[in-house]
Design a binder for this molecule. Structure first.
Ligand SMILES: Nc1ncnc2c1ncn2[C@@H]1O[C@H](COP(=O)(O)OP(=O)(O)OP(=O)(O)O)[C@@H](O)[C@H]1O
Ligand SMILES: [Mg+2]
Length: 275
């Protein structure tokens, strides 16, 4: 097998300023993700999803165990530039990620950092701005944008860098439904192009297309497998404060033949009803 793009071995993390009684945000995490996978990362509030995302981007270093991105150890500072070029991260809160005083400059920031020529930077800004619907906002001050507009700005800036690994921490939390759908189509496009995607969300509908789902509970991995198996386990859903997608809930409530896979999308459910 090729080297996994993400590899965590026995990783634990305790925030430095945590209170004495606080348990580690993550404990004993073993996880390997191959290049090209689309993995949904789920779990209740405080279960450790964002902490795991920060570990993947070398923003924090594990207290125990090791994290490797494309084979590079995050505990080695000299790897950080290469790790951050590989792993693009969209944070939960766009305010924490916007650095420049205009939307255009913000998208340009990362591109300038990796030293692209000016014409290439211009072209990538134009393309990303169009893709994420901020082309009319390039001159605007990010401070005055709506939450969804800020989130699109951040997404445009990260996707413009064309990272081979994209870590998305609740990327659609501030988008209206149409923009959310459009964003998911774009994620799908990136995935088909070979980008590895770690997608954190509380909305299970967003993960019906994921090949793999990892669920955290109290800083430990509670499930790692096919989304369909997760959605049919009331015990796991309860433990992780999650709800199966609408189609799965609906069909679970209707008496049906045995042995069939639970439909996860509205389209699959409709096909089943018609049959
Ligand atoms: N900067 C910090 N300092 C101390 N403790 C923290 C810090 N950030 C998070 N924690 C703690 O670490 C644990 C995991 O938090 P994390 O943010 O990773 O959860 P999450 O799964 O992303 O939750 P959410 O769904 O609310 O985004 C929680 O108990 C939280 O209180
Ligand atoms: Mg979080």
């Amino acid at each position: 097998m090729d080297e996994p793009i993400i590899s965590l071995r026995n990783v634990s993390y305790l925030y430095p300023h945590a209170e004495e009684s606080q348990r580690p945000a993550l404990s004993g995490i073993d996880l390997e993700i191959a290049a090209g996978e689309f993995v949904g990362l789920v779990g209740a509030n405080g279960s450790g999803k964002t902490t795991l995302a920060r570990l993947l981007n070398a923003l924090i270093i594990p207290a125990a165990g090791e994290v490797r991105i494309a084979g590079l150890l995050t505990s080695d500072r000299s790897n950080h530039d290469r790790i951050r070029e590989t792993a693009g991260m969209v944070f939960q809160n766009p305010d924490s990620q916007i650095v420049a005083t205009s939307v255009g400059d913000d998208i340009a920031f990362g591109l300038e950092n990796i030293g692209l020529p000016p014409e290439e930077i211009e072209a990538r800004i134009t393309e990303a701005a169009a893709r994420f619907g901020v082309a009319d906002l390039l001159e605007r001050e990010p401070h005055w944008l709506s939450g969804g507009q800020k989130q699109r700005t951040v997404l445009a800036g990260v996707v413009a860098l064309e990272p081979s690994l994209l870590i998305l921490d609740e990327p659609t939390s501030m988008l209206d439904p149409a923009s959310g759908r459009q964003f998911r189509r774009l994620v799908d496009e990136l995935r088909r192009g070979g980008t590895t995607i770690i997608y954190i969300t509380h909305m299970m509908e967003e993960l019906v297309g994921a090949g793999r789902l990892v669920a955290l509970d109290g800083g430990r991995i509670a499930f790692d497998g096919e989304p369909g198996d997760f959605f049919t386990s009331p015990e796991l859903l309860e433990r992780t404060s999650l709800e199966a997608p609408l189609a799965a809930r609906l069909s679970a409530a209707v008496p049906r033949g045995d042995g069939k896979r639970l439909p996860l999308t509205i389209e699959q459910l409709a096909a089943e009803i018609c049959a």
